[in-house]
Each structure stands twice: as structure tokens, then as C-alpha cells.
Write a protein that binds this ligand. Structure first.
Ligand SMILES: [Zn+2]
Ligand SMILES: [Zn+2]
Length: 257
């Protein structure tokens, strides 16, 4: 049923042993603002998408393997209540339930599924998670230099390591974060310094690189750090979004997730 609601926009979901644990609407914090999304919790994956027609048609399907997920409860903050973070190696974001009971139920069920999966597979929980992006609206000026005001020309960028909203000059460097991409990603100057120092330390400690270091993004790849090279897919999306800036339409944000 879920598969057919996504139609051709989604992937096949029927897999032997997969069962639907729960479903419902959660508010997902997107780059511009919070938006309602339909979530389906299966015993091994979390699926969500845009609601085209309530209970009938969804699109923009996203599938998150639960093995990689870690949840983190969020304190209530003004309008943003009953929230928690869904963190994975490649991306992390906040969602909000309508009531605190719903929040507890969602978190308990998701955590139970994760526990069962990890116990069955014998795998360990993923330790490194992608940064949660600070929403655009929370940063009228660059969070690094505290000077650059954002507008059509001075665009917002997100540091892939800490999630801060920074200006172009303050995020001119790239660093390899293997848990997120095989290509070096945009990082702020602060993170670049920290990452570079850690990398140098790793090389000093010689005797090769540890698995942790690799996961932490310390992989040594000469010349990668100041790559003027290609942008990752998010970056392309960022460009697309920027072209659409000023549109009130809510069509561009989804490309991020
Ligand atoms: Zn700046
Ligand atoms: Zn940063």
C-alpha cells in the first residue's frame, strides 16, 4: 500500500521480513522552514515523503536504513515543540510531533527497531553523524565572520562538518568527509582548521590511519583539501535553489533531502 501511494516516484518497498511498524505526519525542519511530511516506520527502514493527497498519494520519497540512525531528543523551543533529531552518517535533521505522547511513541518505536536490527546483525551503531543544518532564517549574517549579510548576491552556504550558515569566503575550503561523500565537501574556516590539525596529528602519529580517523574524515588524500573541484550534489542543489530565490513556491527545498 505504501509503495503504491508513492507510485513511480518511489522505490519498491515490499521485501520479505519487512513490516510496517507505524505511520504518521511529522513536521520536518527544512532549510527554509518546518514542513509537514508523511513518515512510515518499517522494522528496517524509515520512509518519508511529501504529502500530495493525504493518505493517498506521496512523492519525493526518502529511505533511511535504521541501522544507521541515532535519535536525539530536543528541548522544546518556542513554537518548536516535541522534537527530536534523526541523525545518520550522510544527513541529520529535526522532526516535530504534534504532542509529547506522539514524540515518545515515535522515539520508542524507532529506537526499538534500531536495537532489534543491531542485535540481529551484530553490527555496532554508527558513531559519526552528519551535522544538522542551521535553518537559513536563523542566520541573517554569516555565523563565522559575523559580518557578511546574506542577500541575492551573498548567498548562504552550509558547513558540512558543523552545519553553520556561512558566507562564501568563510567556506571557501573543502575537506574530505568520507562518511558523507567521496568528494571533498564545503566546510567553514573554523572546521577546516580543526580538521587540518587533526589530519596533521594523524600523519605525525604515523603508523597509518585508524579506522576511526577514516570515519572522522581524516583520510589523507593529497590536494583534496583545497580542491577547487566539483561540488557535491547538495551544492548543485544549492545553486538551483539560489536561482529560485524570491519564489514563494516551496518547490526547491526538497532537493536537499
Ligand atoms: Zn563569513
Ligand atoms: Zn563548520
Amino acid at each position: 500500500m505504501v509503495e503504491s501511494c508513492f507510485g513511480s516516484s518511489g522505490q519498491p518497498l515490499a521485501v520479505p521480513g519487512r513490516v510496517l511498524v507505524g505511520e504518521g505526519v511529522l513536521t520536518k525542519m527544512c532549510r527554509k522552514k518546518p514542513k509537514a511530511r508523511q513518515f512510515f516506520l518499517f522494522n528496517d527502514i524509515l520512509v518519508y515523503g511529501n504529502i500530495v493527497l493525504n493518505k493517498k498519494k506521496y512523492n519525493k520519497q526518502h529511505i533511511i536504513p535504521l541501522e544507521e540512525v541515532k535519535l536525539e531528543s530536543l528541548e522544546d523551543d518556542g513554537q518548536l515543540r516535541n522534537g527530536w533529531l534523526i541523525c545518520t552518517a550522510s544527513k541529520s535533521f529535526a522532526v516535530y510531533a504534534a504532542t509529547s505522547t506522539e514524540k515518545q511513541e515515535w522515539m520508542a518505536h524507532i529506537n526499538k527497531c534500531i536495537e532489534d536490527l543491531l542485535r540481529k546483525s551484530g553490527k555496532k551503531a554508527v558513531q559519526v553523524h552528519a551535522a544538522v543544518w542551521v535553518p537559513d532564517s536563523e542566520a541573517p549574517v554569516c555565523m563565522h565572520c559575523k559580518k557578511t549579510q546574506f542577500n541575492v548576491i551573498s548567498r548562504r552556504h552550509h558547513c558540512r562538518k558543523c552545519g553553520a550558515v556561512v558566507c562564501g569566503p568563510c567556506s571557501s575550503k573543502r575537506f574530505l568527509l568520507p562518511s558523507q561523500s567521496s568528494k571533498p565537501l564545503r566546510v567553514c574556516l573554523t572546521c577546516y582548521d580543526v580538521l587540518s590539525r587533526m589530519k596533521a596529528q594523524q600523519s605525525n602519529n604515523a603508523s597509518g590511519l585508524t579506522a576511526e580517523a577514516l570515519r572522522d574524515g581524516m583520510k589523507d588524500r593529497s590536494g583534496s583539501a583545497d580542491s577547487s573541484g566539483e561540488e557535491d550534489s547538495d551544492e548543485e542543489d544549492e545553486n538551483n535553489l539560489s536561482r529560485g530565490q524570491g519564489d514563494s513556491a516551496a518547490t526547491h527545498e526538497e532537493v536537499y533531502y
